[in-house]
Design a protein around this ligand. Structure first.
Ligand SMILES: O=C(O)[C@H](O)CO
Length: 383
């Protein structure tokens, strides 16, 4: 019987979407194992690529919506609308509006970045499209505002000690004295797919772990952390701040929990259900996954680690391809093989420019897919 391989990569940020990565891996495998049966199933967590990954499974249609990016500049954005047995559902991806990808490197400024655009999309789905439910993917953000911008768009008013309203950017949250909820829009049930399980505050929190990639510095990190701590103090929502996922997307997880009564779930679990991953893993002999970078952050519940765990728990071989891997990921023992394109010695810009071919070439190693090579865990093939 021919070898069955499930190809389930996440995106290679800045280079390939999950679908493109799956196709590149498939072409490499087909060149050396023409009879292998390949099942292509790109995955996502809550971050970038969430809507595109769900679109075929949900048979959704795209809705266009004027909104704001993280710096509150006008943009035209989209979300997905689907009719399901639970009624009309809007699938929204926070990164579509407040994502890091929308900002140039020198525009990254988490003290001034807002999730207001996310709230505008939610409002559009509720008021213009009458949705019964919202599924919201969070991650890949440029923000660290605890979801205050989103809450502001939904009608919450952020007031200082004199009762004056202000735009709740992190740079201003130290003056927060009260939040008025008398004009808030009624929310449908909201399920939030979080790309990570971090809490809001502390050394595993949103600011400490994820704000550096959004442009925070040694000087601004204490201000960002203090802004979120102030928000927790004023809302008296300490429990919500400890919930796994409350620190996702710069604390938008916390904001959704507290301000909208949303339910937070790991993004991978939600995707796994909708894409029937359990069944597809069960039908495979080998599962391969991948992402642009597989590193210590990936261990906080990112898709490639989750699918590798799912595969190995069912006795399958789990391998991964990535652009870059750090020592934590290499030493984690999560994969039967981990191939990093950067190990070829080529530069990152070169790898990005030729990502599809490089990935196909890396995948074209028949030894990686030989089940007999894995009977001795210490004798894993390397590239
Ligand atoms: O957006 C972010 O902060 C990271 O993707 C973690 O959620």
């Amino acid at each position: 019987m021919s070898l069955r391989i499930l190809i389930a990569p996440d995106k290679f940020k800045g280079a390939l979407s999950g679908q493109q990565a799956a196709e590149a891996m498939a072409s490499g495998i087909r060149s050396v194992l023409p009879s292998a049966a390949l099942d292509l199933c790109p995955i996502a967590d809550g971050g970038e690529g969430f809507m595109a990954t769900l679109a075929p499974a949900m048979r959704g249609r795209w809705v266009s919506c004027p909104s704001l990016d993280a710096l509150e500049r006008e943009i035209e954005s989209t979300y997905l609308l689907a009719d399901t047995r639970q009624g009309r559902v809007a699938v929204i991806e926070m990164a579509e509006t407040a994502g890091l990808w929308r900002l140039a490197e020198d525009e990254r400024d988490p003290l001034r970045a807002s999730t207001r655009g996310v709230g505008i999309q939610m409002l559009h789905a509720i008021q213009q499209r009458g949705v019964d439910r919202i599924v919201l993917g969070i991650g890949g953000s440029a923000t660290n505002d605890g979801g205050c911008g989103m809450a502001h768009a939904l009608g919450y008013r952020f007031l200082d000690k004199d009762g004056a309203e202000f735009d709740p950017l992190p740079a201003r949250l130290s003056k927060l004295a009260r939040i008025d909820d008398s004009r808030v829009v009624k929310m449908p049930p909201i399920t939030v797919a979080c790309d990570v399980e971090n809490p809001l505050l502390g050394d595993k929190g949103a600011t400490a772990i994820f704000s550096p990639q959004k442009g925070s510095t040694e000087e601004t990190r204490p201000l960002l952390e203090a802004a979120l701590a102030r928000l927790v103090e004023v809302t008296k929502a300490t429990d919500a701040s400890l919930d796994p996922g409350s620190g996702a997307a710069g604390g938008l997880g916390f904001g959704l929990l507290h301000f909208t009564g949303a339910r937070l779930v790991p993004g991978f679990d939600l995707l796994a259900k909708l894409l029937e991953l359990e069944e597809r893993v069960a039908a495979a002999d080998i599962v391969i996954t991948g992402e642009g970078s597989i590193d210590h952050q990936s261990l906080s519940g990112k898709g490639p680690i989750c699918i590798a765990r799912m595969a190995r728990a069912r006795g399958k071989i789990a391998g991964a391809f990535c652009g870059l891997a750090d020592e934590v990921a290499r030493g984690s023992g999560e994969f039967d093989f981990l191939v990093a394109l950067a190990d070829t010695g080529k530069s990152i810009p070169e790898l990005i420019a030729n990502a599809s071919n490089e990935l196909a070439q890396a995948a074209a190693q028949p030894g990686l897919y030989d089940p007999d090579a894995y009977s001795q865990p210490s004798e894993l093939p390397t590239r």
